[in-house]
Design a protein around this ligand. Sequence first.
Ligand code: 5GP
Ligand code: MN
Length: 336
Amino acid sequence: MDQISQLKSLLQTPKKIVITSHRNPDGDAVGSSLALSYWLEQKGHSCSVILPSEFPDFLSWMTGADTVMVHDIDADACNQKVAESELIFCLDFNELERIDRLGDALKKSEAPKVMIDHHLNPSDFAQINYNDITASSTCELIFRLIANEFDEKDKITEVIGESILTGILTDTGSFKYATSARLLRIVAELFDLGIDDSKLQDLIFNSQSEKHLRLLGHCLKNRMEVLPEFKTGIIYLSKKDYEEFDIQRGDTEGIVNYMLKVKDITVAIFVTEQPTIVKLSMRSKRAFSVEEICKKYFKGGGHKNASGGYSYQSLNGTIHKIKEILPEFKEKLLSA
Ligand code: 5GP
Ligand code: MN
């Protein structure tokens, strides 16, 4: 039996289902989780959406956001839900390390796992895999799963459509990256449902605080280093910056992208000093793969043009390491 048929068979009887997504959830993580949960609930299942850490404020308007459980906040209740679950969906990530301690609970559970994802290099912890690295977003895959694999397009309500479009808008930066004719056809169908795209764009992208904009100004003026010989820009933030600007989760979202606005910059690297690790977030243009750098040197991964990773070195040590490894990629950088 192919994997979609296996999934259909699992969903034939009502089940207790856990839906989870990655740490530092973004619009695609939250959007795909909520969309999937509404569809499954229509089909008679009972769903809990459990995320490892909190989602940023700019997603709090989403229908159902208030029902999301967070492992960092209530590990016992989340672990209990996982232990009771009969089926577990893993969305927008492809290795259990991306969900931290929630991954330990998943490993203990014998419930079948379904991975729905669009990142490179999936690991093989799930029994059912619906992966496509050419998909713009996991939300696009949720649409395709419901509409094409299950032939249930009529079950995509306005709320499900809004959740799906949220992930598409955030993962593509409003159709700047990873778009395709296939994606735009899906979006046209979402528009046909009457989804108010401009309302969503406003809620998602024009809801920043004054503090966020001042932080962006600080990053661009005082914390940006351009390395023209490597067509690379680096922005870094120290723990002290976090205190001074009272930076909360979500406040640094999108800052990395600004460096790609500089002519001739191919790679943008955002480095932040966290309590126990230094986090890296990378973006690139065209053929150059930041996934290769993140995977090889920073225990991470993601997509060719958007990846992340981390380091246990100091902030300065990490920046030093970046500068040390860039010459290895110089040829690819200059030809990309
Ligand atoms: P961001 O820079 O927005 O945090 O993440 C960019 C992409 O890289 C996302 O698709 C995200 O899932 C992936 N990513 C970010 N951090 C990590 C990491 O530490 N490990 C892995 N495997 N992927 C990451
Ligand atoms: Mn995604």
